[in-house]
Design a protein around this ligand. Structure first.
Ligand code: GTP
Ligand code: MG
Ligand code: ZN
Length: 295
């Protein structure tokens, strides 16, 4: 049988086959091959009447992310909230770059609009051509816009713990009844209420995943492949790179940089260039692995 992994908890994979869910173990060889199954994987399983089974093989993936740990995404909703925690453009921009790298469409969501004004943030991302939605899970704002975006695709909600990912999904699909958590500690950090990634089939054609929130930047951009494609992961720079004086301009402060000029002219947000330069600096010393063996 062929099914979709909708949840993975402590070595068990829950595989949905025509809406029947089988509790599966992965064949031992996956671990040896370093290719563990992921939520979102299409898999072939063998199972018995007790709805227990074994994952025999994983179909080729369109893409896969480490965090959130999910495969075959069409779209990623990058959720921030106005306060506790406040939007961090570097985190948002890293996630957007990752989306471009893996051919996932990013949608930028600013939640908790009942607590403040997101106009400034919305402008940054709309200027760069991204779909940007302002929502309030508490006041039911922007929910229709999210609905339109989740239609007919496999998508996931990601963002810091406490921004309201599960709350938004509960407003969209009240029957999910997902657990949500107070943001109460003094630093305004969420409590990591959602503990695992789970895909839900919904009535608008497709699947949506709630995922555990994170509390810091992660390092999944640290690859040589990403470094080589980095400029393509900032497609909003493209209209301006033609104006760079030097053909090999890296947009890190060279004279006559077209991207910097666009920022000065107000055509591109400074935060986008700041994020690019910050990622560039992180990756600049990354080199192909040396073949020299350790003694
Ligand atoms: N004022 C306000 N509070 C909200 C809104 N959306 C969510 N919250 C509150 O924010 C807190 C965190 O919400 P969750 O939905 O648990 O956040 P999460 O992003 O799922 O967090 P993790 O599961 O830890 O990653 C809860 O107390 C919610 O009631 C909103 O639009 N406005
Ligand atoms: Mg949650
Ligand atoms: Zn340049």
């Amino acid at each position: 049988m062929t099914g979709l992994i909708i949840k993975a908890i402590s070595g068990f994979y829950y595989v949905s086959v025509n809406d029947t869910v089988y509790e599966c173990r992965a064949r031992g060889s996956f671990r040896k091959e370093g290719a563990s199954p992921l939520v979102g994987d299409v898999v072939d399983i063998t199972a018995d009447e007790s709805l227990k089974g074994v994952i025999e093989s994983i179909h080729p993936r369109k893409n896969s992310l480490i965090r959130p740990a999910v495969a075959n995404l069409d779209k990623l909703f990058i959720v921030s909230s106005f306060v506790t925690p406040a939007p961090n453009t570097l985190i948002i921009d890293r996630l957007i770059a990752l989306c471009h790298f893996y051919s996932i469409t990013p949608v930028i969501v600013f939640n908790k609009s009942d607590l403040g004004d997101f106009t400034e943030f919305k402008e940054i991302y709309e200027k760069s051509g991204y779909k940007t939605i302002i929502t309030s899970a508490s006041k039911n704002e922007g929910i229709e816009d999210i609905k339109r975006e989740i239609e007919n695709c496999v998508c996931a909600f990601t963002g810091n713990s406490g921004v309201g990912k599960s709350s938004l999904l509960n407003v969209l699909f009240p029957t999910l009844n997902l657990q949500t958590g107070e943001v109460s500690d003094k630093l305004g950090r969420g409590r990591h209420t959602t503990r695992h990634t789970e895909l839900f089939k919904h009535s608008y054609g497709g699947y949506v995943a709630d995922t555990p929130g994170f509390s810091s930047l992660d390092s999944q951009l640290f690859t040589l492949e990403f470094k080589e494609q980095m400029v393509a992961c900032f497609p909003d720079f493209e209209p301006f790179t033609h104006n760079c004086r030097f053909l090999d301009c890296a947009h890190i402060g060279e004279s006559g940089c077209g991207v910097e000029a666009a920022v000065k002219a107000g055509e591109l947000s400074k935060t986008r260039l700041d994020s690019y330069q910050s990622i560039f600096n992180e990756l600049k010393d990354l080199k192909p692995y040396s073949k020299t063996k350790k003694r």
